[in-house]
Write a protein that binds this ligand. Sequence first.
Ligand code: ATP
Length: 314
Amino acid sequence: MDTTVAIRGRGITKVFGDVVALDHVDVSVARGQIHGLVGPNGAGKTTLLGLLLGLAVADEGTLEVLGAPVGRALPAPDGVSGFVDGPGLYPTLTAKQNLATLAALRPRDAVTSDIGEALHEVGLAEVADDKVRGFSLGMRQRLGLAAAMLTKPKLLVLDEPANGLDPSGKKQVHGVLNRLVAAGVTVILSSHRMDDLEALCSEVTILSTGRVVFSGPLNKLSDETRELDYRLRTTDPAAAAAIAAETPGISVVAGTDAAALADTDVIVVRAQVAALDQLLSRVVRADIAVREFAPVVSPLEAAFLDLTEQETDR
Ligand SMILES: Nc1ncnc2c1ncn2[C@@H]1O[C@H](COP(=O)(O)OP(=O)(O)OP(=O)(O)O)[C@@H](O)[C@H]1O
């Protein structure tokens, strides 16, 4: 048994009528990390997560979860929990009663987390005795996460867990996921939020119309994309723009006209990653202080648009 891989799928195909939701998907997820699943609407993310949870079976291909082959039987593979299409909760019960009901459904000898602790972890301890009916979307998402954690999973499968979360809820959920991963749990999650994926994930799989268009470490994505635009804020934008214009492989795409320079200390340059090294060292050598340097659109978002638009144009 390979103890380094949590999920290994080969040639996974899932068809609904005449819709090919997953088209010969190969995916590998290493243990003990957060793996992001990203793709346009209808790309097949929920379908793939559903297969991992044992909610459906693939029509073709092989799928191994935590070292065990996922066969034709439907119950969730051992050690796996999570949710797709929002967590399943009982609206007329309180948060605590929801978790107690789910815990009671578990086999007698199964290990179950402490309910109070699980609610505390997701920041719902104070509303433990409130009915779920009155919960906001973000609170339901957090309760769904607590429910998934109840089984002490080794693999947590989450479909858009950040949906509806406010900044403090998001911080709480990110904290929970990072603590789980530090304790050796593997998390696979889908999201449309590139900032969340970049903050949380070490690897991502990008799906487009049922096919994998990228799978691997986030830092490999910038190799896959063309030139990116970067904001460069300095103490002397005019001089920085002049240096950028003379640097091989760099073009200045905004902030070159006098009006823009008078208004802002930011210029926007377009370049491949390799050309940026030279630009930044030239700017610093000219005694210009760099106050901010960041891609206008994140590498993940740029790669996402690049790869998924290419695919849908085919
Ligand atoms: N039970 C089903 N019956 C029929 N078609 C389905 C079913 N489940 C998914 N599909 C279709 O399969 C394709 C993939 O759907 P899926 O929900 O996996 O995409 P997704 O990437 O999760 O999309 P979104 O970002 O909108 O949630 C879509 O075309 C969808 O309409």
